[in-house]
Design a protein around this ligand. Structure first.
Ligand code: 13P
Length: 287
């Protein structure tokens, strides 16, 4: 059964570890992440962007697939199905589709409008038992065609949004989606520290988990980050493994063209990546 992310993140924040949000793209992705979480006894959040939702034939299809898979794979660790960077409209679509958690990304609205829309969605989520993530300060990089330059969040704005009663808060601290450029200045721990001081127990979310060095991840967790999003790194690992299979000519041997064989190394690569992240985030054995 799917659960919302409230309890797993409250425990993570108190226990000084983070739960990984791994974005899904298809059935193989979902299966690889769920199996790894179960093997490692780790809570997990499956992230779905608008683009990935569209690719998988809509949020209803995604919710039905994940729900059925949790049941058929006999997954007993807590699993949340979460809309990643949702627009106002997509939030309602996911609430209707049976997601257990949503992110309302109102960071591009003026703060007053972000607050009004967030408040409204908090009420709807509270009635239906969903958790809600809000964002302050845009996260840089490109995701689904939306390019942000990245800016550090204002700790006072973070407090305003946190006080509305969101479950978790994403704050820009110099992190970006996708690969980090050579000249990346690193995470602003000064900003993170100021945000955590203002927001207290609020679980903080670190987007753009791909390529952040392990020591920065550990420091971010020590300063209140309880959820870390990873997407690109699984995609790169999957593509590299499938490329290797084809370059070695394995698809031309016997029935190597069978998609179940062709995609198997990619699935294994996702599992290895997810395992590495769960170990780094400290969520292993926490479910
Ligand atoms: P990466 O693709 O950089 O890992 O970021 C994932 C993310 O933050 C999803 O919201």
């Amino acid at each position: 059964m799917l659960v919302n992310a409230k309890e797993m993140l409250t425990k993570a924040k108190a226990g000084k570890y983070a739960v990984g949000q791994f974005n899904i793209n298809n059935l193989e992705w979902t299966k690889a992440i769920l199996e790894t979480a179960q093997e490692l006894r780790s809570p997990v959040i499956l992230g779905v962007s608008a683009g990935a939702g569209k690719y998988m034939c809509g949020f209803k299809t995604v919710a039905a697939m994940v729900d059925a898979m949790v049941d058929s794979l006999a997954i007993t660790v807590p699993v949340a199905l979460h809309l990643d960077h949702g627009t106002y409209e997509d939030c309602y679509k996911c609430i209707d589709a049976g997601f257990s958690s949503i992110m309302f990304d109102g960071s591009h609205y003026p703060i007053e409008e972000n607050i009004a829309k967030t408040k409204e969605l908090i009420d709807v989520c509270a009635q239906k038992g969903l958790s809600l993530e809000a964002e302050v300060g845009s996260i840089g990089g490109e995701e689904d065609g939306v390019v942000g330059m990245g800016e550090c969040a204002d700790p006072n704005e973070c407090k305003m949004i946190a006080d509305l009663g969101v479950t978790m808060l994403a704050a820009g601290i110099g992190n970006i989606h996708g690969k980090y450029p050579e000249n990346w200045a690193g995470l602003s721990f000064e900003t993170l520290d100021a945000i955590q001081q203002k927001t207290g127990d609020m679980p903080l979310v670190l987007h753009g988990g791909t390529g952040i060095p392990a020591d920065m991840i550990r420091k971010a967790i020590s300063l209140g980050v309880a959820k870390i999003n990873v997407n690109t790194e699984c995609q790169i690992a999957f593509a590299e493994a499938v490329r290797k299979y084809i370059e070695e000519g394995k698809d031309l041997q016997g029935k190597g063209f069978d998609p179940r064989k062709l995609l198997a190394p990619g699935s294994q690569a996702i599992k290895d990546t997810v395992k590495e992240k769960m170990e780094l985030f400290g969520s292993v054995g926490k479910a």
